[in-house]
Design a binder for this molecule. Structure first.
Ligand SMILES: Nc1ncnc2c1ncn2[C@@H]1O[C@H](COP(=O)(O)OP(=O)(O)OP(=O)(O)O)[C@@H](O)[C@H]1O
Ligand SMILES: [Mg+2]
Length: 247
């Protein structure tokens, strides 16, 4: 993929409130950020700072209270719900912090769901889901049920599912949070492959310093405001890769 065709994903002056039983909270307060394909970003911040909230807004799971979420120049909340779902299914892959797998389906079927929804053939979907499960180290669990897997294994299944349609942007919420060091390193390598070989934009929320320091750009959310932290950790400005290729 040529970098001139890279998509951008932006939040512009986004406000998101959350309501608990006794109080309401402004989790994101006029946050403006822009993400590009072909780069890796970390979203840092204390527990409860709003990282998952931001990723869910970027994935179009819920609308902001005010502000705009754009892919290129398209405001995703101005699309009809059918168009938005179709567009996001192709453009964004989200690896959830909690797995959200369908327990009636096998692991292989869970992974291929985005492809089936996009109208791809079941045979192709099956082959690709096996390949993705291999990438996350679970090729021998294709026929298992989600309840037969550990929390970390289930999370890796959601990463495979998020990658299924080779989205322009992969959003990964604490992708190494439940993993041992060695498995975590494998996932970090896979995230970097998503950027370097497939030209994806990769946006991770993480407390894992091993992961965060490998990202090109770091944003920290604090008191509802997002600030760039890039220089303090990597010490150099990220460069767009020269040439990217989707599989
Ligand atoms: N569905 C909800 N209803 C009410 N409040 C919510 C809801 N989801 C999140 N919150 C609140 O919004 C704030 C931000 O939550 P969020 O899950 O985005 O934080 P986070 O940075 O991802 O935290 P963690 O690192 O623990 O995953 C928290 O104060 C949380 O209690
Ligand atoms: Mg979270």
């Amino acid at each position: 993929m040529n970098k001139s065709t890279y998509r951008s994903l932006s939040v512009i002056k986004v406000v998101k409130k959350r309501f608990q039983s006794s109080f309401s909270q402004i989790v994101l307060n006029r946050v403006t950020l822009s993400f590009s394909q072909g780069l890796c970003y970390a979203i840092a911040g204390l527990s409860g700072a709003g990282k998952t909230t931001l990723l869910h807004l970027l994935a179009g799971l819920e609308p902001p209270d005010s502000g705009v979420i754009c892919i290129d120049k398209k405001n995703i909340w101005q699309l009809s719900s059918v168009d938005r779902s179709r567009f996001l299914n192709q453009t964004i892959g989200l690896m959830f912090q909690s797995p959200f797998l369908i327990h009636e389906l096998s692991i292989g079927e869970n992974v291929m769901l985005p492809g089936l929804i996009a109208g791809k053939s079941r045979t192709d979907c099956k082959q690709w889901s096996m390949a993705l499960l291999k990438m996350v180290g679970l090729q021998n669990r294709c026929n298992s049920r989600p309840s037969e897997l550990s929390g970390g294994q289930q999370q890796r299944v959601t990463l495979a599912r998020a990658l299924f349609n080779k989205p322009s942007f992969l959003l990964a919420d604490e992708p190494t949070g439940n993993l041992d060091d060695q498995t975590g390193k494998g996932i970090i390598q896979l995230l970097l492959t998503c950027k370097n070989q497939w030209g994806m934009g990769v946006i991770v929320s993480s407390h894992d310093q091993e992961l965060v320091k490998k990202m090109d750009q770091i944003y920290e959310i604090k008191h509802g405001v997002a600030q760039e932290k890039t220089m303090q950790i990597t010490g150099s400005k990220p460069k767009l890769p020269q040439e990217q290729r989707m599989l």
